[in-house]
Design a protein around this ligand. Sequence first.
Ligand SMILES: [Cu+2]
Length: 82
Amino acid sequence: MIMNIVIIMKGDNMKKVELKIKGMHCRSCVMIVSDALTDVKGVKSADVNLEHNMAVISYDEKVATEKQLISAVETEGYKVLR
Ligand SMILES: [Cu+2]
C-alpha cells in the first residue's frame, strides 16, 4: 500500500482517495492538476482544492492505480505529500 494516499471509500471497483499536493498556488495550478488526474484512464472525477492543497479522486481501481495518480500529479511538477 502506498502511504501518501488516504482511502476515503472503497466500493466494488470504485475507490475514492485523497492526495495531499504541494506546489499549487493559483487557479491554473488547480486546472493543471485536475486535468492531469482526469486524463488518467479509469479516473471518474478529481476534485482539486487549492486552499487545502489536496485532491479527492474517484477511480476504477481495475483500470487505474494509485501510482498512476501520483505520477500524473508529479509529472506536472507538483509534489504528492505523505
Ligand atoms: Cu499556479
